[in-house]
Design a protein around this ligand. Structure first.
Ligand code: IVH
Length: 670
């Protein structure tokens, strides 16, 4: 085959592919490939057409961007075509652009307006005598869709212009976007209503504006930033920057990052500054745009086919790329959460090579229908962990396999449980599971648990990493000799730690239960359980029905407790701890007469002079009272110490009885 024939075939193939993706992107709002991939195909075609001009056809997507508007909306012809921008991706390409501009203008340095390139959708707004008469999408650039009713629902778009001196007819152009916050809230709502969530804010904005029912649009958090004009019956400015300022006075929101810059170095600096700011902005941008500021200069430069010669988009490195999902591994986190992690064919995304990406959980994998062997789209947004966004179904190979969460933990082989209403699957291994060891030991040693003085987080990590301890019971086998051998551990500290470990052996049942680190069992639940069962053995044998009888224990907590004690490993660790000498005084159930405050709910706020907050809490609970964290109508008493917070005023507001320290002590009988 001759080179020319080969090129002709490739060009035809590219045209077909690009036209298809154009249709998916613009008409259906449902792209199948990342923008970066599209850009690459388009560039390949552009290069081919440049070196073989005879291959350029009228239907080439390089000559026309976009596609047919959806039929359900009325068609709008743009009096001034809505053009697109050429892209550049690096300093060299930017400098080539700047050189072409300077050559064209025969100038050494040019003034540009730099703006963020917003990732939303372009909109044209027509104002007649200051009234908004029509809103239209860009469509294919010459014909768009009439979305006036929907446009009117967007708060940031003025329905009539402010001030005066605006042209009789004026077309304002800009971008409709959805903020990241609005997007997150919308998706939460979608999931709650069992509706499909949107892939990203741009799709959400486009989908929202394409609603035939404008009431739906009204319920969506859309916003608008203006960036230029189309038709105008009057010339009212000599520069683009002046137009923007005028638009601002007429009631439009101008992006605060817009800046007038002189020369290409200033443009580059701007690019880097915006890139650094990118993650902290509340909306998605995919680059910056530079526009020659003076209209007289824009006119000299003119246009090439679909884009102006006087402007360029400087794109950020792609944040979405396509690659192959080779396999799915399971990562066990600190809390025992099992996360499916995609093992990927290495791919360069947003400036780094990515080989792993999170798939979140089973529900997400099912929703996205991602299978092993699939070609997938990977996104990396700022510092966020890369994620698999979707599968490219069209590229699915025959043998692609569905993924199922394992039933046993890959680290310790304990049963994997998934509680009702939770999307996360967890290892039930607790203290035994290697992945959870460090966190479990840190928790065990903490002040409110076994209170082991001198056993900080760093030391726990060192001990586990050196293989000196595997579970919490191993702590009690540590000796001074072993400890002294550790980095930065003096004889004295080692002795102190051993003494602290020894001291911690005398504890209380509630501390011990809390120290075990059972999911859902915090300090309060641990105390309730200790008092309810009065012995560890009875708690360990309790079944769901029994657990549900305990105050404040619901089905989720009950299941978590039962599963924990069902694991043989956990029982073994507990046995070792008891063998090591951990003990607590027997719990005497207080007599009914002693429970003078049974049924009463207290809130304690401010500083008490006679006891600490925890002590006060314990004293109240010993008398059968409930201690709550916040004041509500259900609160019986609020104990107010020195420097009380808002809780005291809340009590006053609700008419809840306030006790000062003296009244409180009297009530305790002290
Ligand atoms: S100016 C002739 N300014 O990018 C210039 N466009 O590829 C026309 N866009 O369809 C566009 N932010 O949706 C311009 N600050 C900005 C922009 C911007 C985003 C989008 C717009 C347009 C596309 C051009």
């Amino acid at each position: 085959m001759t080179v020319n024939k080969k090129s002709a075939q490739r060009a035809a193939q590219l045209r077909e592919e690009l036209n298809h993706h154009n249709y998916l992107y613009y008409v259906l709002d449902n792209p199948e490939i990342p923008d970066a991939e599209y850009d690459r195909l388009l560039r390949e075609l552009q290069t081919l057409e440049k070196s073989h001009p005879e291959l350029l056809t009228a239907d080439s997507p390089t000559q026309r961007v976009g596609a047919e508007p959806l039929s359900a909306f009325e068609e709008v012809a743009h009096e001034v075509p809505m053009l697109s921008l050429n892209n550049c991706f690096d300093e060299q390409e930017l400098s080539d652009f700047d050189r072409r501009v300077r050559d064209g203008l025969e100038k050494d340095s040019v003034e540009y307006v730099a703006e963020p390139k917003l990732d939303g959708l372009a909109i044209s707004l027509l104002y007649e005598k200051g009234m908004l008469v029509r809103g239209a999408t860009r469509g294919d650039g010459s014909k768009g869709e009439n979305v006036t009713q929907n446009i009117r629902t967007i708060d940031t778009i003025p329905l009539c212009l402010q001030g005066k001196n605006y042209p009789e007819r004026l077309e304002v152009r800009g971008e409709v976007i959805m903020t990241r916050k609005g997007f997150a809230q919308l998706n939460e709502r979608q999931l709650k209503n069992n509706d499909k969530p949107f892939a990203n804010p741009r799709n959400a904005a486009a989908g929202s504006l394409r609603q035939l029912d404008s009431r739906i649009t009204a319920s969506r958090p859309l916003e608008f930033y203006c960036y230029g004009i189309g038709v105008s019956t009057q010339t009212f400015a000599d520069r683009h920057s002046e137009v923007l300022q005028k638009l601002k006075t007429w009631g439009f929101r101008l992006n605060p990052e817009v800046n007038v810059l002189k020369g290409m170095q200033a443009c580059l600096d701007y690019y880097h500054a915006i890139q650094a700011k990118r993650d902290s902005l509340d909306y998605d941008i995919d680059g910056v745009v530079y526009k020659v500021d003076r209209f007289a200069e824009q006119d000299i430069l003119g246009f090439v086919s679909r884009a102006p010669r006087w402007a360029i988009a400087h794109k950020f490195p792609a944040q979405e790329e396509m690659t192959v999902l080779k396999g799915i591994d399971i990562q066990v986190g600190r809390t025992g959460a099992l996360t499916p992690v995609a093992r990927l064919e290495p791919v360069f995304v947003g400036g780094v090579t990515v080989t792993n990406a999170t798939l979140h959980n089973q529900d997400e994998i099912d929703r996205k229908d991602v299978r092993i062997g699939d070609t997938v789209i990977v996104r990396r947004a700022g510092d966020v962990i890369p994620e698999v966004v979707s599968a490219v179904k069209a590229k699915r190979p025959k043998g692609a396999r569905k993924f199922k969460m394992p039933t046993h933990c890959p680290v310790c082989d304990s049963a994997v449980v998934r509680l009702e209403n939770e999307s996360v699957a967890r290892c039930s291994g607790g203290l035994y599971c290697g992945a959870q060891q460090k966190e479990a030991i840190k928790h065990f040693a903490s002040r409110k648990a076994m209170d082991i003085d001198g056993l900080g987080d760093k030391l726990v990590e060192q001990l586990v990493d050196q293989g000196l301890i595997h579970d919490v019971a191993d702590l009690y086998r540590l000796n001074v000799e072993q400890l002294v051998a550790l980095e930065r551990m003096a004889e004295k500290s080692a002795q102190n730690l051993v003494a602290a470990l020894d001291k911690s052996k005398t504890t209380t049942l509630e501390r011990f239960i809390f120290a075990l680190g059972i999911r859902q069992v915090g300090e309060t639940t641990a105390r309730t359980l200790a008092h309810h069962y009065a012995s560890l053995e009875s708690l360990m044998q309790a079944n769901t029905d029994s657990l549900l009888e305990v105050e404040d224990v619901g089905p989720i907590v009950a299941e978590s407790i039962e599963t924990f004690f069902k694991q043989q490993h956990n029982d073994d660790v507990i046995e070792k701890l008891i063998q090591a000498g951990i003990h607590w005084p027997a719990i005497e159930k207080p007599s009914a007469e002693a429970l003078t405050l049974a049924g009463k709910t207290f809130v304690v706020t401010g500083t008490l002079s006679s006891m600490g907050r925890t002590e006060a809490k314990n004293a109240l609970q010993a008398k059968g009272a409930k201690v709550a964290g916040s004041v509500s109508k259900k609160t019986d008493y609020v104990v107010v110490g020195v420097d009380p917070g808002s809780k005291a005023s809340k009590a006053e507001e609700l008419g809840v009885e306030i006790l000062d320290e003296v009244a409180f002590l009297t009530m305790l009988g002290q």
